[in-house]
Design a protein around this ligand. Structure first.
Ligand SMILES: *[C@@H]1O[C@H](CO)[C@@H](O)[C@H](O)[C@H]1NC(C)=O
Ligand SMILES: *[C@@H]1O[C@H](CO)[C@@H](O)[C@H](O)[C@H]1NC(C)=O
Ligand SMILES: *[C@@H]1O[C@H](CO)[C@@H](O)[C@H](O)[C@H]1NC(C)=O
Ligand SMILES: *[C@@H]1O[C@H](CO)[C@@H](O)[C@H](O)[C@H]1NC(C)=O
Ligand SMILES: *[C@@H]1O[C@H](CO)[C@@H](O)[C@H](O)[C@H]1NC(C)=O
Ligand SMILES: *[C@@H]1O[C@H](CO)[C@@H](O)[C@H](O)[C@H]1NC(C)=O
Ligand SMILES: *[C@@H]1O[C@H](CO)[C@@H](O)[C@H](O)[C@H]1NC(C)=O
Length: 505
């Protein structure tokens, strides 16, 4: 329950919103604290008329989805610094935002009392929370697990007779996914395996330099369909399944990442001859096939090579990309890949803050710079054809774990099981500035002009509302103008380092 709605009566009758209970760690480090009886949430108000707009703001100095409203100014001055909205120029349609039910997420969430768990799940999967429409689901263990496992660790079991889901799935992941589905019945699950069972791999290990043995190409495709069957038995259908997490990283001989390597030509062969036909012949024929699922770094060369196999190209619906190289690899690779394969869609399936030091997550708890890192990445990707953006673990502990490979990653929500509370970091609000407002079926629309150090993207929702998300990356206040030919101008002051979502009809 959103207990605050019950306890703080004022919330119900005024804004239907409960404010952030801040915990300040000094400098720019602020989290919002939630527990069994209280959790901040924001029900988005309705826009009252043509001439007004709503604005929600989060900032380095502590605002979190703070609502203000105002009216358009009915005039039109040409101003180089103004952002011009052009609703008639349209780009890709957006499918949604989300996070991953990694083992780190599910094990941490399950350490909380049931009321606190409820508040955490609502924070992500209801409209008063982040309004997530996506969740990524690992097939077996990932780096963020407490142990390595697959669903058939019995060497030589080519008939997959001993296939079974893990304790992690049965006790934790499936119940939480059901809960998410209850909160948002339209949620879309996308799954990905980090590795085939070790006995199917050339190096007989979960990690390290290893590939799928060719003699197991069909067995592994059957293994994945078996997984889809088992989850469907629990009422959980996958919207999409990936050909595997980080196939390129898996060729780099990095023993501390749990991925299986694929050479692009082999992956093309496997999709064309085994995975593609096996999925299409199964009862999951509508489950979309995503491929790549790796950094932008060699997206074009990998996909070109793989799609030399035309059948593999035909089986593939979308290209999944991870965001860890986004600050160094230019977005032009995304434009280029869409030019070459216009029938595919692009989706970001993984992004997070990573650290090799166990103490780093707690010592940077609440840091605004991570929120900034997120908001800039989301804007950058949405402006370059991406239709969805999915965060890594929905939750982690205060050390960024658990993680059996000692590859600690932060998360939008950090769980403190001892105190039975959890902390919403700036990253949580950075995503919410998009996910709460840009509902599935929204299209990105034209936005030109603007101001240096203010990054922005604009969308039109299925209800024909315009949503503009802006980040002032300057350490000082900036004044901006948003111009819409039909409506007039919105004049705004953007505080230093602040995120804004502006909505109007
Ligand atoms: C939960 O949070 C609310 C709001 O901050 C606080 O009043 C209450 O004491 C907290 N409950 C516990 C058990 O800490
Ligand atoms: C917005 O309007 C709809 C009806 O159009 C109503 O159901 C909903 O409760 C309103 N939301 C708020 C926050 O007032
Ligand atoms: C709002 O604007 C639209 C298009 O400009 C117009 O068709 C509509 O009548 C207006 N509605 C109100 C309530 O002013
Ligand atoms: C991968 O690392 C192992 C052990 O460090 C080494 O024996 C092997 O040659 C390496 N393989 C490649 C392709 O670099
Ligand atoms: C798998 O690799 C890990 C480290 O990369 C190593 O410690 C372990 O012994 C290997 N296991 C097998 C069965 O080779
Ligand atoms: C792939 O799809 C295209 C377009 O539908 C079709 O023309 C082509 O024959 C297909 N290729 C193969 C190998 O099936
Ligand atoms: C945002 O500002 C920081 C400094 O505060 C700077 O390092 C970073 O490059 C800026 N990013 C963009 C995309 O402008």
């Amino acid at each position: 329950m959103w207990r605050c709605i019950l306890l703080i009566v004022a919330c119900v009758y005024t804004a239907q919103t409960c404010p952030c209970v801040r915990r300040n760690f000094g400098n720019d480090r602020i989290v919002c604290v939630c527990n069994a009886t209280y959790c901040d949430n924001t029900q988005i108000s309705n826009i009252t008329g043509n001439g007004s707009y709503l604005r929600y703001t989060s900032s380095q100095d502590g605002l979190r989805l703070e609502k203000t409203q105002g009216d358009f100014v009915k005039e039109w001055t040409a101003d180089l610094n103004s952002f011009q909205i052009d609703p008639d120029t349209t780009y890709q349609s957006i499918e949604g935002f989300g996070g991953a039910f990694s083992d780190a997420a599910i094990l941490n969430i399950k350490t909380l009392s049931s009321d606190t768990q409820e508040n955490l799940m609502r924070s992500y999967f209801t409209t008063a929370g982040s309004n997530y429409y996506f969740a990524r689901v690992p097939i077996g263990s990932t780096d963020s697990s407490i142990r390595p496992y697959t669903y058939d660790d019995h060497s030589g079991d080519v008939g997959l007779e001993r296939f079974s889901l893990a304790v992690e799935d049965l006790l934790y992941r499936i119940p939480l996914m059901k809960k998410a589905q209850e909160m948002n019945p339209e949620i879309k699950f996308l799954s990905a395996a980090w590795t085939a069972p070790p006995w199917m791999r050339t190096n007989h290990n979960y990690t390290g330099y290893g590939f799928l043995e060719e003699k197991y190409y069909q067995v592994y495709a059957d293994y994945l369909v078996k997984y889809l069957n088992k989850y469907e038995d629990y009422g959980l259908k996958m919207w999409a399944i990936s050909t595997g997490n980080e196939p390129y990283v898996g060729t780099l001989n990095l023993s501390h990442y749990g991925s299986m390597g694929w050479l692009p030509s082999d992956l093309g062969k496997w999709v064309a001859n085994n995975f593609g036909p096996t999925i299409r012949k199964s009862k999951h024929k509508r489950t979309l096939i995503l491929t790549y699922d790796d950094e932008r770094t060699i997206l074009d060369t990998f996909v070109d090579k793989m799609f030399e196999n035309e059948l593999a190209r035909n089986y593939t619906a979308g290209l999944a990309i991870h965001g860890y190289a986004d600050t160094v690899v230019p977005t032009s690779v995304l434009d280029e890949i869409m030019r070459r394969y216009p029938e595919k869609f692009l989706i970001v399936t993984e992004f997070s803050t990573v650290t090799s030091q166990r103490g780093n997550v707690i010592s940077s708890l609440g840091s605004w710079s991570y929120g900034e890192y997120y908001v800039l990445d989301i804007i950058q990707n949405l402006k370059n054809w991406v239709i969805g953006w999915v965060d890594w673990s929905l939750a982690a502990d205060e050390y960024g774990g658990p993680d059996w490979r000692q590859n600690f990653v932060g998360a939008s929500i950090i769980v403190n099981s001892e105190a039975d509370e959890f902390y919403k970091q700036p990253m949580y609000y950075a995503i919410a500035h998009f996910s709460k407002f840009i509902t599935p079926g929204s299209v990105r629309v034209g936005l030109t002009g603007g101001k240096e150090l203010v990054k922005a993207a604009a969308f039109k929702t299925p209800k024909n509302e315009i949503v503009v998300v802006m980040y002032n990356n300057c350490s000082a206040q900036q004044d901006v103008i948003i111009s819409d030919k039909e409506r007039g101008q919105i004049r705004l002051q953007l505080p230093a380092k602040s995120i804004h979502t502006i909505m109007y009809k």
